[in-house]
Design a protein around this ligand. Sequence first.
Ligand code: IMP
Ligand code: MG
Length: 177
Amino acid sequence: MEIKIEDLKVLFSEEQLQTRIKELAKELNELYKGEEVIAVCVLKGAVMFATDLVKYLDMPLKMEFIRLSSYGSSTSTSGKVNAVEIKLPDLNGKNVLIIEDIVDTGLTAKFLIDFMHVNFNVKSLKFCSLLDKKMTRKVDIEPDFYGFEVDDKFVVGYGLDYDGYYRNLRYIGYKEL
Ligand code: IMP
Ligand code: MG
């Protein structure tokens, strides 16, 4: 499959994304009640979502970034998660909020959640994903928070890429097959 910009249909507009992000932030602010949070952004896909989301969080907060990979330049998952770059501070006793772009098979989410529990004795661990592709799950895992459910289509924009492109779009689009 090849994706050209003129083939893209808008799935979630800039306005829809921003509105939903503010709602998610409100839920998170209610959950943490002013307690400090370490927001762990999963690069590169979640960068737009994470930076927009944290602007509406009102507790003391630190941002960390980790990078993993499971996709090459294809639109289907290789089924394997490779830890590319994980340099995190000591997260023992911290409220950790993982911020992801999309949960697809769930392998990345499972890897990250296991990784946190194996390496740290966190105070709390929550997983917040902008998108949730519930239909394509391979492991039994659900994000604690998600922005929108999407069915089994390949989406791009707002951090999500096709072969590295389209992360800069302000909306999320998809190619009609
Ligand atoms: P999972 O491990 O299969 O759940 O996939 C997680 C990663 O695959 C996400 O963090 C994305 O980077 C990527 N991914 C899954 N679906 C899509 C999509 O529709 N568009 C772009 N990237 C995707
Ligand atoms: Mg990702």
